[in-house]
Every structure is written in C-alpha cells, then in structure tokens.
Design a binder for this molecule. Sequence first.
Ligand code: GLN
Length: 492
Amino acid sequence: MTNLTSLTLAEARDGLARKSFTSLELADAHLAAMERARVLNAYVLETPERAREMARQADERIAKGEGGPLNGLPLGVKDLFATEGTRTTACSRILDDFKPPYESTVTSQLFTRDGAVMLGKLNNDEFAMGSSNETSCFGPVVNPWRRQGSDVKLVPGGSSGGSASAVAAGLCLGATATDTGGSIRQPAAFTGTVGLKPTYGRCSRWGIVAFASSLDQAGPITRTVRDAAILMRSMAGHDPRDTTSVDRAVPDYEAAVGKSVKGMKIGLPREYRLEGMPAEIEKLWSQGAEWLKAAGAELVEVSLPHTKYALPAYYIVAPAEASSNLARYDGVRYGARAGGSNIVEMYENTRAKGFGAEVRRRIMIGTYVLSAGYYDAYYLRAQKVRTLIKKDFEDCYDAGVDAILTPATPSAAFGIGQKVGGNPIEMYLNDIFTVTANMAGLPGIAVPAGKDSQGLPLGLQLIGRPFDEETLISLGEVIELAAGRFTPEVWW
Ligand code: GLN
C-alpha cells in the first residue's frame, strides 16, 4: 500500500485519476499524520470534519468524471488567509476567535473553484512578522529536521513556519503561504521544501490579513518544483477586489517543468557575497551555478549595488505599512476586546493586551517613521531606495540576464529560543537575501540544494523578471534534479 502522505501533489493527483485510492483515503491518512505530529505545532486548527466532507464531495465528482485541477488533494492553509466560518487569527491574540464571514480569493480558488480539500489552518509568526515562527500566540513551530545526533528543537523559519514544517513532515501535500520579506522562501530553505513567491500582483491579496500591503504576496510551499507550479496556477489570477492584482492570463506553470534552460543567462550578484558568509553557503552557491552551467546556462557576474540598503529600507517600509494596516484592530470590529472606563482606554487596553512584543515594536517603529517631521527622512527616503533597488534588477534584466542565483538564507535552521528575545537585528538579518525581491516586486523561488555539515537542508534562491515565474520553475527543477529530494527522518 502506498504511503499516502509521502506522495507529491502530482503523484496524488495521478493516483486519484487512476482510482488507486480515494480522496477520503488521502484526507484520512493526512489527518492521522497530523494527529501523530502535534508536537511540531504546525497546525493551529485542524478541520477534520470539513476535510472529510470536502473529500467525499471530491470523490463524488471523480465518480462523475468531473472536478477541477486540484480535485481531492489535501492542503494546509496559513492562518493569515481568511476562511469563511473557520477561525482565522493571524496567530495573534487580538483576533481571538474571529470567524470571517468571507473567504480569501486565493483559498476560494483552491477549494471552491479547483476542488482541493482543506485540512486545517497553519501556524505562523504573529501577523507574519518574524523569521522563526516564534512570535505566534500559539507558540513556536518545530522543524521536522534535527541536527545529526542531536535532539535540539530547531525553528522551521518564518513567518510561514507552520506551512513549511507541515509540508516537510508530510502533514499536507502542499500549503499556502505569504511572503513580505522572505516568509515563503526562508522557511522553505530551512525545511528542505520548495517555496515560490510570485511577482507582486500575480495573486489576489483580498482576504489575506494585511501586513505590508505593497510587499505582501501569496504563494505555495511544496515538496517539489512541479508541485509549486501546480499550486501556483490555482492561486494566481486577477481579482477586481484587489486593485493591485494584475489582469494577465495565468500560464500553465507546469509546462515550464523540464523545459530546457540552454542558453539562459544567469546572474551571480557580487554584492551577495557577504563578509563572514559561512563557507558552506558559499560552496552551495557555486555548486548551484555549476549545475545550471552543466544544463547549458551561461553564468555571468552581475552587480546590484543598492543591495546593502535593502534590509534597512525594508525595516522602514514594512513597519510603516504595518502600523497603518494594524490600526483596524481596535477591539470594536474584530476579535478580542479588553475593558476600559472610556473608549480610548478600551482601545489602548485591547491593543496592549492583544498584540505581542514584536508586533508592538513594528507598530512603534512604523508610527515613528510616518510621523510629521520624520516622514521625509525615513519613509520617503526608504521609498526612494526602493526605486534604486528595483532599477538595479532592471539594469541586469535589460542586459539580457534571465534570472539571478543567490543563496536563500545566510545559515541553516537555528535552535528554538536561540535568537528570539535578543537583539531583533539578528533575527532581521535572516532576510538579507530575500527582501530585495519584495522591494522590487519580483518573483523568487527557493529550492533545496544541499545540506550543511550537521545534516540540515540549505536552499538556493532564483530571482526572475516580473511575471516570469516559468523561468524560475525551469531553472529550479534543474537544481532539484541535481540535488535530489530532502526528507526528514520521522522522530515524532
Ligand atoms: N522576516 C520578515 C519580517 O519579519 C519577513 C516576514 C514576511 O515575509 N512575512 O518582516
């Protein structure tokens, strides 16, 4: 009997089509695996009844020869996506027991339109602020990977830590995630999974809890590049309810899998060769370049001179937008309310109790950089830097570069508790290779490419031209084929 939880999304799709198993069997196998893996804390809400009901309906569609492209395939959903009637919290106490009366566009495309089955809601950093999934009000997520010969619990990365951990541990066939500064790609790299952040505007943001609206994008975390392509097709698309979503046909991303990369020009940015970068990361990067070269691509050194300003500028723009987006949580419209003798006191008490420390820090930074007198010095300046970062990439692409290859993260997964509570800058530095793509609105993919000396997975990142996710998929698969698949040993 096939182990239904170790199938790829593509294999499960084909198995359902061949009637090797039913959607209900697939859902049950995953629900059982979720129960056994509660120690990972990947799910903050399991929805077994709903999953079985959706699976039964999918099986009925199969019997009638009907069903969309994801019919009957069980997925997990980051708790940032509003799911109608099902608790959605952004892993913040302030949302409490909030049950949205609406469904996000992305999840409605996955489940209502394309027939997938929802297993539950996945843990994330509170309001997606973090790089380790330790700021969640539901507690940290545990990475299914451990160092060789060690039982130290490691972080799965963040903010989509629940999505990455669940996909790596076989607790869903694929998951939705969001990426504002690296939250799809960094956790994918920490867990040996594939994370695809599409171009800004490719997916609708409608119904996704907003963090920094000019940077947020939804995308998939999966076990293979092909699976990322399959989910991407269902998640992408124009939505009149999100004015920043782009009206452009959604390609068949899966067709890009296996396409030749011969003659493609791949840029290696000089500025990503950081001082003090671990030798293993440097080696991984060269290895990746070699693999692409062996597949017929041409490697060229490129310069992205404003890279060093990306992280500081991001940590102005993102908190600024967050402080404005989070103003809506006032104890009146959503979730939790704390008492007070007048309305102002009620607001203050609700927000002081409802938000965690990192979220409060972001609100304070954001409010400061937007305040009169400082707006020009900080926010406006950061926006100008952003334009320069974007132009760096445009210059590369204008010179004929098809994609840019970089490490995905500056290290492998670290220990739970190792970086939280200390100097926040240390945590922010995790995003050093990923924030540039968000600042420039470009697509990026993280693909597992090797292991460190302690046996932990490491990822490489490819950044592409706007709306050219397909090239990233073709190149990503070359790395995947060379590096092989990464599966953690089950210890839970
Ligand atoms: N780690 C980054 C931050 O905390 C990015 C998070 C994200 O992409 N949502 O802002």
